[in-house]
Design a protein around this ligand. Structure first.
Ligand code: HEC
Ligand code: HEC
Ligand code: HEC
Ligand code: HEC
Ligand code: HEC
Ligand code: HEC
Length: 502
């Protein structure tokens, strides 16, 4: 046995033997090992995990780079120290001598290492970019904050359109703009200072021309689309449902015939000034038509009756001024319960179920779990005590109704973020929020007395309406009948004065 310790051969130049370089090597090898493992995991698993993505492509790579920088940096410092010790000797650049095996080793490792890092950086950048553009990154990473929008999005007609196609669009400028905004949001998330609910309208939203119109281009719309609505009274077990069929005159076909989309698509421009942050009150409107004729409409109480408003307050009307909830729709209780009754998810045979369900959904709860408990216990108590005959015979109907009301709550109400229908008025239509009636109310007038029309038939025609056997039909249009009570006050007041959705 040879117990003489073997003289180890030095493989690298002297100055690579120092603590900083050791740390650099250790850190790089460790991170590289982790990265290889996570990379493999991400490639092999089909549904990638959000946090795995963040760690692999966003958090770890900077540490690898730090580790790699430490290696030559340590060597450089060491060399500096050695040279400083030798008086008079000037600080010289590293001399590479390929005849020395230590130098050959260092260069070989440097080249192989650089190749690996460059390849990984390229793949990593590509993956990081894709990952940051994914819906899961947007919708789940900030899961609590984005949960309302993400949940609503998943049930919308745009569920297969990526968040970034509406929120960022193409081009480097907007990408950087929104990523910087994302960093600011990240800090707000960390210290909890973000606002609840997330503010809307989104002032920095990219103009619709560069997002929506990439898919929905001018001239594509049909002349009119049919809307079928079924409404239920407070007690659907006593009153049959009221059905309305109407043709919404979208217009905007190839020939540019009049209609709702016509003023958007055929060269007319509309500008307005919102008086409030939610853009629900509008008192100044300017239109410029194709031939350059300008009209200004104001209300009696408008602050801009005599002087034009400052440029900075004026907004050019675009798709989002009507379609502000194309994908994040939080349904009002009245709407979702009508739908559930029509689809049979809640049986219309249950006495006063609409009134009860709407009342329970409109209440404020601290958490979805509390809501679930309260909805379940109140309905069970009410039906077992006050409607015991029905409850005895059709307990499963009540059970099914409870289950579906809770489901409606969980998809449309987010107490953590205070997000629900009344926090986000929908500008399409005019029943629950002012919507079109913000301008179309016959109150906005030019100096010569022209007003923006509130005539019911200018936007849609009702082709069928009524309940049970008393149904009116006319393909040329009917005069609106207020459901259930034929009340006439809709002629003078706004629908949303009485209809709040809850
Ligand atoms: C079809 C286009 C579209 C898609 C897809 C889309 N959004 Fe939006 N989103 C909008 C519009 C339009 C608004 C602005 C509403 C406003 O200004 O009143 C908005 C607003 C928001 C807001 C502000 C709060 C609110 O409710 O108004 C958040 C947060 C949001 N979106 C997150 C997301 C996330 C996360 C995704 C993907 C999971 C997504 N959006 C996908 C169109 C879209
Ligand atoms: C990447 C393409 C894409 C983009 C961008 C996009 N949409 Fe859509 N939009 C669609 C698709 C696909 C549908 C579903 C069509 C269907 O179901 O028939 C749709 C449906 C709609 C509908 C009909 C919804 C309904 O209830 O049936 C409206 C309104 C709409 N989009 C408005 C918008 C607005 C406003 C924007 C911009 C904020 C936008 N879209 C951006 C692809 C897109
Ligand atoms: C003046 C209000 C208004 C403006 C502005 C507006 N829309 Fe619409 N749009 C409507 C109404 C009302 C409907 C009917 C559907 C409904 O009631 O939900 C509709 C329907 C649609 C539909 C579904 C019907 C179809 O033809 O497939 C799409 C898509 C659409 N709009 C896209 C757009 C885009 C893109 C823009 C911007 C260039 C835009 N809209 C601007 C009011 C408007
Ligand atoms: C910001 C104000 C504003 C809002 C909000 C608005 N409009 Fe308009 N709308 C106008 C103005 C102004 C005109 C007149 C256009 C012109 O003279 O060129 C007009 C014209 C129209 C016309 C043509 C009327 C006719 O008889 O010639 C239709 C249809 C229409 N709007 C539908 C709608 C619908 C539907 C909505 C809601 C989804 C809506 N508008 C929301 C301002 C508005
Ligand atoms: C400026 C255009 C415009 C005018 C004026 C207008 N409406 Fe509407 N109305 C709409 C639009 C757009 C919708 C569709 C909303 C939707 O997509 O759900 C609608 C929806 C409705 C609905 C279905 C409501 C719902 O959400 O279930 C009724 C009922 C109705 N209108 C009645 C009337 C009556 C009555 C008048 C006259 C006082 C009138 N409208 C005037 C644009 C208009
Ligand atoms: C003065 C208050 C008032 C005004 C204004 C009003 N409504 Fe109503 N509306 C009611 C009441 C109250 C009911 C409930 C009747 C019942 O269930 O017996 C109702 C019921 C309805 C219903 C059926 C129930 C449901 O599912 O919501 C519809 C649809 C409706 N109204 C549409 C409209 C429209 C559209 C307008 C505007 C053009 C309007 N209402 C204006 C008070 C009003």
């Amino acid at each position: 046995m040879n117990d003489q310790p073997k003289q180890r051969k030095q493989r690298f130049p002297d100055h690579f033997y120092n603590n900083i370089t050791y740390c650099g090597v250790g850190l790089s090898v460790f991170i590289l090992g982790c990265e290889f493992f996570l990379f493999a995991l991400d490639f092999l698993t089909s549904s990638s995990n959000v946090y795995l993505g963040i760690v692999t492509y966003i958090l770890l790579p900077p540490f690898l780079i730090i580790g790699l920088i430490l290696i030559p940096w340590g060597a450089r410092l060491k060399q500096h120290q050695i040279l400083k010790g030798i008086a008079q000797k000037k600080f010289e650049p590293i001399v590479i001598d390929l005849s020395l095996s230590t130098h050959q080793n260092a260069i070989l490792i440097f080249m192989v290492g650089t190749a690996i890092v460059l390849t990984m950086t390229a793949i990593g950048c590509f993956k990081a970019y894709n990952y940051m553009e994914s819906d899961r990154f947007c919708g789940v990473t900030c899961h609590q904050i984005m949960k309302p929008e993400y949940t609503a999005y998943l049930q919308s007609p745009h569920a297969r359109v990526n968040c970034v196609e509406c929120h960022i669009g193409s081009g480097v400028g907007w990408y950087v703009h929104y990523k910087m905004a994302g960093v600011r949001m990240l800090f707000k998330t960390l210290d909890g200072s973000y606002s609840r609910p997330t503010p809307a309208p989104v002032d920095t939203l990219r103009p619709a021309k560069e997002t929506c119109e990439q898919c929905h281009w001018p001239g594509k719309s049909f002349n009119a689309i049919q809307l079928n609505k079924i409404y239920y009274a407070d007690d659907p077990s006593k009153t049959p449902p009221w059905a309305v069929k109407m043709l919404i005159r979208i217009g905007g076909g190839q020939n540019g015939e009049a209609g709702i989309h016509a003023h958007m698509y055929y060269g007319d421009e509309i500008y307005y000034v919102p008086d409030d942050a939610k853009r629900q009150k509008i008192s100044w409107i300017k239109t410029i038509n194709k031939s350059g004729i300008t009209k200004i409409y104001t209300t009696k109480s408008s602050p801009y009756k005599d002087a034009d408003p400052p440029e900075s307050k004026v907004r050019k009307m675009d798709c989002m001024d009507c379609h502000n909830r194309p994908t994040h729709r939080f349904e009002a209780p009245d709407v979702s319960i009508n739908r559930a009754l029509a689809e049979g998810n809640i049986s219309p045979s249950i006495p006063v179920i609409k009134a009860k369900a709407v009342e329970l959904l409109s209440k404020e709860y601290r958490s979805p779990d509390e809501a679930e408990k309260m909805i379940r216990s109140s309905l069970n108590e009410y039906y077992s005590k006050k409607q015991s005959a029905y409850y005895g015979a059709h307990r499963d109907n009540v059970e099914q109704a409870i289950k579906n009301i809770i489901l409606i709550y969980r998809s449309n109400f987010f107490p953590d973020m205070k997000s629900r229908w009344d926090a986000y008025p929908d500008n399409i239509g005019h029943m629950i929020s002012l919507g079109c009636f913000r301008c179309h109310d016959d109150e906005h007038k030019t100096k010569t007395g022209e007003s923006i029309t509130r005539k019911c038939t200018s936007c849609h025609i009702i082709t069928q309406q009524g309940s049970g056997t008393a149904v009116q039909k006319d393909p040329d249009g009917l005069q609106f009948l207020h459901p259930f009570d034929s009340d006439e006050s809709w002629k003078t007041s706004n629908c949303s004065d009485c209809h709040t959705g809850g």
